[in-house]
Design a protein around this ligand. Sequence first.
Ligand code: AMP
Length: 223
Amino acid sequence: MIVILLGAPGSGKGTQGVPLSEKLGLAHVASGDMFREHLSQGTELGKLAKSYMEKGELVPDDVTIRMIEQRLERPDAAGGVILDGFPRTLPQAEALEEALAAQGRRVDVAPFVQVSTDELLRRLGGRWMCRVCGRSYHVVSNPPKHDHVCDVDGGELYQREDDSIDVARKRLQVYFEQTQPLVDYYRDRGVLVDVNGEQSIEQVSDDLVAAIRRRGPESSAAA
Ligand code: AMP
């Protein structure tokens, strides 16, 4: 099963991706996490990606597509994946479609986590993440019990450099220009499912699981 998790930066997609993949038994492939890993390991790809990430811009399609195609060839992806943060442009979506078709596969479902622009800006500006587990907190909607400390493992909380308000605005602008068209792309292919992202984390999670189970390959075979 191939799931594309769609949603703007700040839609809660990042909070949902890992638990969702665990619930559904699918590999979690997050392009942003992969770039951050390259960055922290100082690889060539990391050095290239850094300048784009710092400005809130997209890393060029060719290197991004190659990175994801290689990831999809790893054995754990054979049983199904949740793609989180990829594709983000039409050429990326088309390249993915081709790569999957070559393996006799296709995108099964693309849940779109919808959140208003005002709410996205509010969320992005106050976001803090745990260095240890990556859990995210928000100063208003989901504050930690103690400032700068993760409730779960006591890890230090930090703000991602691209969460400053100016960069957040840029990321949103890039999202609306380049990524939002994918909503229609997947709607036209009959795989898009709208999910209300302005609900509790648990409710969004339940809606995502229900949407994916309803539209997955087994259910379409039975229909
Ligand atoms: P994310 O964690 O998904 O918000 O991604 C962080 C940053 O990594 C983005 O702002 C981009 O600079 C880069 N990035 C992640 N995924 C992609 C992608 N599919 N295409 C281009 N750049 C990406």
